[in-house]
Design a protein around this ligand. Structure first.
Ligand code: CP
Ligand code: NVA
Length: 302
């Protein structure tokens, strides 16, 4: 295992399998009401520059369930919000806590935290990636489909942070991927190159129907990510043909699983009918954030 998780590309295929195995074991143990104390006396600092429901709660509950503690820090409430440098913040935090999970506006902030601190840093979402989300997605896919190899993963909509991590996830696990996005909203070019270097078979196209054809997995995310709010009206117009709805589902395999990292905007990127329908795995996907992040914390901290 690497010492930080900033990008999904920090992990090898065997790191991923080992994390998923550990997560499945922890999930099963939790269902039997068994607790553990492996992270007794360990503290996770959780630094947020953006809003969060799932990431915040799942990391905090995860630390509690492993016998440790988590501190929620909104950047506005710490001196970072008044101009203290990221480097000094990292140095100081490393004297108190055993790991830092951060949700940041700029990916560079995570790099500075990892280079200046002396404890593991976990990416809880940046403008470039959302690796913890994709670990949970992989766990959910394995639970539903029992394999990765040769599954077809279709991403419909914005080539954003979650899409970037999905490309790396597909590349690392041998899934074929189609990304359908409007012109000008393609995934990050450097991440795409990296994903292809590690063997990714990724097709970036503009036609959502073509991408959805015969697919095993349909995934999407909001059309307006945190930080993109100024482009709201333009984005809603540009993404209109990229909605996951029951008509698009007809293109896919009958047992297609639908993923969405949430929060969902019913009626925009996905219809209520689909997100609440029989093909949807979104709430299992959300739950799996907890199990997979507990596994990650154990690997990075013990
Ligand atoms: N999917 C996800 O990261 O959700 P939050 O923004 O609620 O943390
Ligand atoms: N792409 C979204 C994901 C939210 C979990 C955002 O960055 O806002």
């Amino acid at each position: 295992m690497p010492s930080h998780l900033l990008s999904l590309a920090d992990l090898s295929y065997s790191d991923i399998i080992s994390l998923l195995d550990c997560a499945s074991h922890l999930k099963e143990k939790r269902a039997r009401g068994k607790s553990s104390q492996e992270l007794n006396n360990k503290t996770l600092a959780m630094l947020f520059e953006k809003s969060s429901t799932r990431t915040r709660i799942s990391f905090e509950v995860g630390m509690t369930e492993l016998g440790g503690h988590a501190i929620y820090l909104n950047y506005k409430d710490v001196q970072l919000g008044r101009g203290e440098s990221v480097a000094d913040t990292a140095r100081v935090m490393s004297r108190y806590v055993h790991a830092i999970m951060a949700r940041v506006n700029k990916h560079e902030t995570l790099i500075q935290l990892s280079e200046n601190g002396s404890v593991p840093v976990i990416n809880g979402l940046s403008d470039i990636e959302h690796p913890c989300q994709l670990l949970a997605d992989l766990l959910t896919i394995r639970e539903y489909k029992g394999k990765f190899k040769d599954l077809h993963f279709a991403w419909i909509g914005d080539g954003n942070n979650v899409c970037n991590s999905a490309m790396l996830a597909c590349a690392l696990t041998g899934m074929k991927m189609s990304v359908a996005c409007p012109q000008g909203y393609e995934p990050n070019a450097e991440v795409l190159t990296k994903a292809r270097e590690i063997g990714g078979r990724i097709n970036v196209i503009t036609d959502p129907i073509k991408a959805a054809k015969n697919t095993d997995i349909l995934s999407t995310d909001v059309w307006v990510s945190m930080g993109d709010e100024e482009e709201f009206d333009q984005r809603l117009r540009d993404f209109k043909p990229y909605q996951i709805n029951s008509k698009l589902l007809e293109q896919a395999k009958h047992d297609v699983m639908v993923l969405h990292c949430l929060p969902a905007h019913r009626g925009e990127e996905i219809t209520a009918e689909v997100v609440d329908g029989p093909n949807s795995a979104v709430f299992d996907q959300a739950e799996n954030r907890l199990h997979v992040q507990k596994a990650l914390l154990l690997k990075l901290l013990s």
